[in-house]
Design a protein around this ligand. Structure first.
Ligand code: ADP
Ligand code: SF4
Length: 693
């Protein structure tokens, strides 16, 4: 289909200094977990974005010097000439598909500990580093340190050009880089020409822009990425205060402004806390004060929202990190009028967690993310079917849906049987919980794709028994029957059932999410969260909204402790506390009796009793594997029915995240009729080259 003329404006070229972007789609710098340790993986990941139509594709932050590195996290590095070949892999991959490659040069100042290099971190003043509670202090930079830093930045810019980059960044975003640290009044207490007035505090930023332009500006666009609002009120940079003033002071200096809010928690807010376009209020002024192109982000997945940003003069280019991960082909799909094929980011930040874990990028919506090089997975292309065998997939949660979709894409005849009337399994249920509506996109994308595949047949209201499966007599069977939450308290903290949990006042997330269920409790409700991801907190919110008095008890240090990996931890505590939910941290559930929960301090085992009219156990799940076990336990029955392969996927194999279920379902589809050698490593590796460095 030709593209809708409404979207033509998105495909206009944009000049960025001496280079021209072919359209307005701009992949802003974002972490991937690949960094300098996995350059091949990185190049393949970035190259695909260019193939998918992004006009500009940027790196993650690229450290310019050993005195500003965030090891063990794997960001880019451009410390000396030996880093050029690895970075050139990326620029070549991007250029091969007509994109411009951008590099975000960074010195992390006091935001890093230099764990790798052991250099002393640098800062506008003496201060502890921002890096958690690490016992590391940064030292105040004197004038010669500042001169050194400027020289390193200039050298990095020249190397970046040598590596083939078209756009070179001066980075003052996220409270992660020295030009921003110098801008911050609360941090910069210097009495020299780099401290005091805003003009002085902005001096370093100005010098870097000028020096980068002087070094590479004849051939490279020079971009500035800056947080125009730190979202901490008058203590920080504010968009109606110094954020605006800085941009006004340097309005025409760079070739492009890439503007956002900081810190990362605010910039990459999840869908639970922020809507598409959520940064508009802070960044909208920028275009009014500069004639240079302006890029901004806001988890844009809707072409109408993008056009509106351009037409209303908010942005010139649509910046995206997460939407480009969830769908590297988003621009192409808009261009080709295939809007229904867009795999919309759900705003869950599983991608961010990969950076925390220092592993290749994971994405809930796009199971091929991070596997582009090492497994050769392409987000849009998949091998044709390996046989004419028909496949029965049992269960239409994220794993079953993705498996059926990908098998259908490969050309298999697929029969997808779902016990319920609705498709989507857990995402359908969870998307009805407070703040999780966007998660239904995991289901919607797949259901929409399956509807376009005549070779995939969906049967609702079809709970299959082992007998049914054998009667179906499909040569291939995939079991995706999901999992159920435990009711007995067993999980991480309690390895044996917790005494007293056999009563009718104990509930699981499955109970709470069941159609028509309403908790009837005369008194306080305790949510015991030993799962530590989002669900305990979300269910506490739901119960509070229904009028219950709620306490969230957890053995961890905070509610939903793992959500520090998804940048949600602080927001979740704020929301729960704001709703009047008590967070009882560092307490395990020891027993439940006589209308009270017995809690044990995780350090001292000191006991306390809390009134508890109803208990919700969010601890762990067990696979719904009875069907799989029954079938697998009867090989003769399988053979008689002509079933040649049987595989459990997703939560039915091992309960995990929605990402894990989608990934596992996808993998099963890719591996259908492939020879899988379980003794071999299933992917390519970037092995170290043992050379004297
Ligand atoms: P996953 O995350 O692994 O996809 P879910 O729990 O989200 O798991 O989805 C599992 C789906 O399987 C649910 O929609 C459930 O109704 C369905 N299901 C479970 N048992 C059967 C069965 N015997 N026959 C058909 N569908 C089933
Ligand atoms: Fe979006 Fe979640 Fe994928 Fe990140 S992991 S790109 S937030 S869908």
């Amino acid at each position: 289909m030709p593209r809708d003329p409404r979207y033509d404006v998105l495909f206009e070229p944009v000049r960025i200094g001496p280079v021209t972007a072919r359209n307005r789609f701009y992949q802003v710098p974002h972490c991937t977990g690949f960094g300098h340790k996995m350059p091949r993986g990185l190049a393949a990941h970035r190259g695909l974005k260019a193939e998918g139509g992004w006009a500009v594709v940027c790196t993650e932050e690229v450290e310019i010097h050993p005195s500003g590195e965030v090891g063990p996290h794997s960001e880019g590095r451009i410390w000396d000439d030996r880093d050029i070949p690895a970075l050139a892999r990326m620029t070549e991959a991007v250029h091969a598909h007509g994109g411009l490659a951008g590099i975000e040069l960074v010195h992390n100042g006091p935001s890093c500990c230099n764990r790798d290099s052991r250099e002393i971190p640098l800062s506008p003043r003496h201060e502890p580093t921002d890096s958690g509670y690490a016992p590391v202090q940064a030292r105040a930079m004197d004038r010669s340190d500042i001169r050194d830093y400027r020289r390193w930045h200039r050298a990095a810019a020249l190397r970046a050009r040598q590596a083939g980059f078209d756009i070179v960044y001066v980075y003052a975003g996220h409270s992660l880089s020295l030009p921003m640290h110098f801008l911050q009044r609360r941090r910069n207490d210097r009495s020299d020409e780099y401290g005091g007035s805003l003009e002085n505090r902005a001096r370093l930023l100005r010098e870097l822009i000028e020096e980068t332009k002087e070094a590479v500006g004849d051939t490279c666009g020079v971009a500035v990425r800056i947080a125009v609002d730190e979202m901490i009120g008058p203590r920080g940079i504010e968009s109606d205060g110094e954020g605006r003033a800085v941009i006004e002071m340097m309005a025409e200096l760079p070739d492009l402004w890439d503007v956002n809010v900081s810190d990362w928690v605010n910039d990459s807010a999840t869908s639970r806390f922020a809507e598409e376009g959520f940064q508009e209020a802070q960044v909208a002024f920028v275009k009014q004060v500069t004639s240079k192109p302006v890029v901004g982000v806001g988890r844009f997945t809707s072409p109408d929202a993008m056009v509106s940003q351009i037409r209303r003069g908010v942005l010139d280019m649509i910046g995206a990190a997460r939407p480009s991960i969830a769908d590297p082909f988003l621009p192409k799909k808009i261009e080709e009028g295939r809007l229904e094929d867009i795999r919309e980011c759900i705003g869950c930040n599983i991608c961010v967690s990969s950076d925390y874990d220092i592993v290749p990028l994971r994405c809930t919506q796009n199971p091929t993310a991070g596997e582009e090089w090492r497994k050769g997975w392409h987000p849009e292309v998949i091998a044709p079917k390996g046989s004419d065998d028909a496949v029965l997939v049992v269960g239409a949660g994220p794993a079953g849906l993705e498996c059926a979709r990908a098998l259908g894409q490969r050309g298999y005849e697929v029969h997808l049987a779902e016990a319920g009337e609705e498709l989507g399994g857990r995402v359908t249920l969870e998307s009805r919980l407070p703040g999780l509506a966007a998660w239904a996109r995991v289901r919607d994308y797949r259901v929409q794709q399956i509807a376009k595949l005549p070779n995939v047949h969906v049967y609702r209201d079809s709970r299959l028994s082992a007998e049914h499966v054998r009667e179906f007599a499909m040569p291939r069977v995939v079991i995706a029957t999901g999992a159920r939450w435990r009711r007995d308290g067993v999980g991480r903290a309690n390895l044996a059932p917790v005494p007293g949990l056999g009563g009718r006042n104990v509930f699981t997330p499955d109970d709470l999410m069941a159609e028509g269920f309403a908790l009837d409790a005369e008194g306080p409700v305790i949510v015991f969260d030993d799962d530590h991801y989002y669900l305990g907190g979300v269910l506490a919110e739901k119960l509070r909204a229904e009028g219950h008095e709620v306490a969230l008890v957890t053995p961890a240090h905070s509610a939903s402790a793992w959500t520090d990996h998804t940048l949600e931890l602080a927001r979740i505590q704020r929301r729960l506390l704001g709703l009047g939910i008590e967070i009882v941290a560092k307490r395990n559930l020891a027993a439940l009796h006589d209308g009270a929960a017995e809690l044990a301090c995780v350090y001292s085992d000191r006991r306390e009793r809390r009134p508890c009219a109803a208990l919700v156990t969010v601890t762990m799940r067990l696979p719904e594997e009875a069907l799989y076990r029954e079938l697998a336990g009867d090989p003769a029955g399988l053979a008689k029915a002509g079933i040649r392969s049987l595989r459990a996927v997703g939560d039915a194999l091992a309960p995990g995240t929605i990402f894990a279920a989608v990934y596992n379902g996808h993998r099963a589809a890719r591996e259908m009729d492939e020879a899988v050698d379980v003794d071999a490593v299933a992917f390519k590796r970037e092995l170290p080259v043992y050379e004297e460095g």
